[in-house]
Design a protein around this ligand. Structure first.
Ligand code: NI
Length: 174
């Protein structure tokens, strides 16, 4: 397995609509393994392929807490097929926007169809934080970041904060 480079805001690949994948083969499984390793190494609970520079509809998620058994979800060509009317507000962060967090309103539950690690067609009804994680990661596949869901003023504030943090850390500026 290999740790991949994470692309950060405002890299243009994060704004692109990712392409559907033909199917799950060994090469895709290797990529899924690498994505999961990269996500764990960065202490993330979700990662979408565009975040590692690959514009394909592929996502990994693991919302297990530290000390719990890992529970990785591999999702290829994921699609939301149902969403609840009920919404909830949750604080989100993103590996492509390091050190930032903001509250975002999402559907409280969603049903997602996808291909799993073995290429099997799956359907999952997600609630609470898993539903939030799925909506966040699936957004990445359409070039949407969580900061696109907050007000313009709040977004400008977050981006300024990110620039300030980068300046303080030195380097890593785009
Ligand atoms: Ni993200």
């Amino acid at each position: 397995m290999a740790k991949l480079k994470i692309y950060e805001y405002p890299h243009p690949i994060l704004k692109q609509k990712a392409e559907k994948v033909a199917g799950v083969d060994d090469e895709m499984r290797k990529f899924l393994d690498d994505m999961l390793e990269t996500m764990y190494a960065s202490n993330g609970c979700g990662l979408a392929a565009p975040q590692v520079g690959v514009s394909k509809r592929v996502v990994v998620i693991d919302i297990a807490h530290e000390g719990e058994e890992p529970a990785p979800l591999y999702m290829v060509n994921p699609q939301i097929v149902w969403k609840s009317e009920e919404t909830e507000i949750c604080e989100e962060g993103c590996l492509s926007l390091p050190s930032l967090r903001a509250e975002v309103e999402r559907h409280a539950s969603v049903k997602v169809q996808y291909l799993d690690y073995n290429g099997n067609e799956c359907e999952l009804l997600a609630e609470d934080f898993l539903a939030v994680a799925m909506q966040h990661e699936l957004d990445h596949l359409d070039g949407i970041l969580y900061i696109d869901h907050v007000s313009r003023l709040k977004r400008q504030m977050l981006v300024k904060k990110l620039e300030k943090i980068r300046k303080e850390q030195g380097g890593n500026q785009i």
